[in-house]
Ligand binder design. Structure first.
Ligand code: A3P
Length: 345
């Protein structure tokens, strides 16, 4: 199936109503329309109940909803990275939306001025920086990406183990984004409940926590995902930038400048003196993005309401939900996993 992705081009305009899908639920969660390859594969994979609907399947060590898995296979077969590509490889609920906004604005700032017509004001960041397995290759599409101008910006939630080979073999740049496990869990739990069919009721915190601790969550085990990207960054320091949500929150200016250098579009002294860095941070801030009309009423082509990607945007909200027992349990898992590798998260 061929599709044209040029709608992600920076200059395109957007009407939030256009993104409204016919389906009520996030498209990647549904089980119809699978290729024979995918059907044959899932019949061999371990399977667990998903947090939202249907099932998660364990593929290459990580848990995937079915339709997303179809997209994974498709992008593994077909995605051809370019040396100039920028890939945002984010752990789900670790701030992908924010990083996408920042990357899109920074990388395109020479062709898209920071004015009232900026695409970020009328499009959700997930539409501007499409996810390989959830959007670009969803439904076994094989899109023509050759006409997209460089640098092309894509995102993925895939762990390093499952990245399309061409991402590893070219000199494209990869930013891996991670977050505190407890905040990630709380964010994921809220998100899953927003996506659940109303008749199924809410997924209880305890049940979700139990699944998370067993590693059964979207693209979990969380710690394995984080560790593989951390190691990938240590092994490939010029190619991979490992970023933590908390660091970006604490020192946004510092990290945005580092990212711009990494993406080979550093801020000039003139830009810095003119307040461009602050202007970009303000444009991409939680308050600004979450209050835009497109992010209040729009939907992604894959079915999620844009507003679901903006909840609190804070560090430490987990403390409002965790019992002492939960804290100890997750701390112990993460300490065991991360400590030996020198990763503090
Ligand atoms: P919370 O649920 O803790 O509020 P992702 O984008 O990977 O799905 O992650 C979603 C998390 O990032 C949510 O966290 C969301 O509120 C937060 N977020 C979204 N946009 C943000 C922004 N511009 N700045 C900071 N945090 C943001």
């Amino acid at each position: 199936m061929e599709t044209n992705l040029l709608s992600t081009h920076p200059h395109d305009s957007h009407d939030p109503k256009e993104a409204t899908p016919s389906s009520k639920f996030a498209k990647y969660l549904q089980e119809d329309d699978l290729t024979q390859e995918c059907q044959a594969l899932i019949s061999t994979l371990p399977k667990e109940q998903d947090w939202v609907m249907s099932h998660l399947y364990q593929y290459q060590g990580f848990w995937h909803p079915i339709r997303e898995l179809q997209g994974v296979l498709s992008c593994q077969h077909h995605f051809q990275a370019r040396d100039t590509d920028i890939i945002l490889a984010t752990n789900p609920k670790c701030g992908s939306t924010w990083l996408k906004a920042l990357a899109y604005v920074v990388v395109n700032r020479k062709i898209i001025p920071l004015d009232d017509n900026h695409s970020l004001l009328s499009k959700n960041p997930h539409e501007l920086v499409p996810c390989l397995e959830l959007r670009v290759y969803v439904d076994h599409q094989v899109p023509d990406l050759t006409e997209l101008p460089s640098p092309r910006l894509f995102s993925t939630h895939l762990p390093v183990e499952s990245l399309p080979l061409s991402i590893k073999e070219t000199s494209c740049k990869v930013v891996c984004l991670a977050r505190d496990p407890k905040d990630t869990f709380i964010s994921l739990w809220h998100f899953a409940n927003k996506l659940r069919p109303p008749n199924d009721g809410k997924l209880q915190l305890e049940e979700a926590f139990d699944k998370f601790c067993k590693g059964v969550s979207f693209l979990g085990p969380f710690w394995d995902h984080v560790l593989s990207s951390w190691k990938y960054s240590l092994d490939n320091p010029n190619k991979v930038f490992f970023l933590k949500y908390e660091d970006l929150k604490e020192q946004p200016k510092l990290y945005l400048k580092k990212l711009a250098e990494f993406w080979e579009c550093p801020f000039s002294s003139e830009e810095e003196n003119n307040g461009v860095v602050d202007e970009i941070l303000s444009l991409c801030s939680f308050d600004n993005l979450s209050n835009l009309e497109v992010n209040k009423i729009g939907k992604l082509s894959t079915g999620e309401h844009n507003e679901a990607f903006f909840r609190k945007g804070e560090v430490g909200d987990w403390a409002n939900y965790f019992t002492q027992e939960m804290t100890e349990k997750l701390d112990e898992i993460c300490l065991n996993k991360f400590q030996l590798c020198g990763l503090k998260i």
